[in-house]
Design a protein around this ligand. Structure first.
Ligand code: PAF
Length: 288
């Protein structure tokens, strides 16, 4: 694995590989890597010739300075994990290199995604994600880019961005990797104590209960039951919504295939999110 500290050095290493027609897979991260990130690297490996990972804590996507400050940093461990996962290139750039003074950041029209759940509770967050991911797409020009479905709204934002900016990148959403107790893997978990990790499994348990209730009750009733169940635990709920998977509009009376429940909650001052499809999308039938 080769590590780069400047964009220019990464770009010159990539040029000859691109000229040889190699397919580039990109995994953007903010470091503090965990099994979920390694799963993204594995997916990229299967589908591409060269895997590039970025480690960059993007200041423009934090709407809360304290959150940015406390974001876990584990560069030495990150590099070791990437080496073991057989990542080819890792780029760890400085803020000024990503956003030079003259650089015009991309923003896009996000519509409803920016107004519900993460959009509502983290104003400006998704435009910050668009700033940084579009910048990395410009720098790396990957064929495919990999994102965890734990942040399903983020995946929707990136797909929308690729469409609006007409970028030649395929965006791949990868299933959430979980701890044995069901808690979704997240960099923020590094800030939880062992007992908080155990308590936080209430998020997963609530989503599983939601699946069970969804087969018997309307979305509105299911949502209320999920909230009541969640509140038996010790975490503080920020939101629990059941939405249409594409329009992201709240569902009340009727279910749609792929209906998804999203949760954000605090364990102490650590904010955790997760989601789950409550009603499965019909699978395509293969006739041969
Ligand atoms: O999901 C994340 O870690 C970040 O939002 C991303 C995609 C690396 C952009 O900074």
């Amino acid at each position: 694995m080769e590590s780069f500290r400047t964009i220019e050095s990464l770009q010159s290493a990539l040029t000859s590989l691109k000229n040889q027609g190699k397919k580039i897979g990109f995994v953007p991260t903010m470091g503090a890597l965990h099994g979920g990130h390694i799963k993204l690297v594995e997916y990229a490996h299967k589908e591409c010739d060269v895997v590039v990972v970025s480690i960059f804590v993007n200041p423009t996507q934090f709407n809360n300075a304290g959150d940015l400050e406390k974001y876990p940093k584990r560069e030495k461990e990150d590099l070791q994990m990437l080496e073991e996962a057989k990542c080819d290139f890792v780029i760890i750039p400085k803020v000024d290199d990503v956003y030079p003074e003259e650089y015009q950041k991309n923003t896009i029209e996000l519509g409803i995604i920016d107004k519900v759940m993460e959009g509502e509770f983290r104003p400006g967050h998704f435009q910050g994600v668009v700033n940084v991911v579009s910048r990395f797409f410009e720098i790396i020009q990957p064929d495919k880019a990999y994102f965890g479905n734990k942040d399903f709204q983020q995946v929707a934002v990136i797909k929308l961005m690729v469409k609006q900016l007409n970028l030649p990148v395929e965006v791949v959403g990868v299933p959430t990797k979980r701890l044995p107790n069901g808690l979704a893997m997240s960099s923020r978990n590094y800030r939880l104590s062992e007992s908080e990790v155990q308590e936080s499994s209430i998020i997963y348990k609530t989503l599983i209960k939601g699946r069970e209730w969804a087969s018997k009750f309307s979305p509105a009733v299911t949502r209320q039951k999920m909230i009541d169940y969640f509140q038996q635990g010790n975490l503080k709920l920020e939101y629990l919504q059941i939405v249409h998977p594409e329009s992201m509009e709240d569902l009340n009376q009727y279910w749609v295939p792929g209906a998804i429940a999203g949760i954000a909650a605090f364990s102490g001052d650590v904010r955790l999110i997760d989601n789950m499809e409550l009603i499965e999308e019909p699978q395509e039938l293969h006739t041969h």
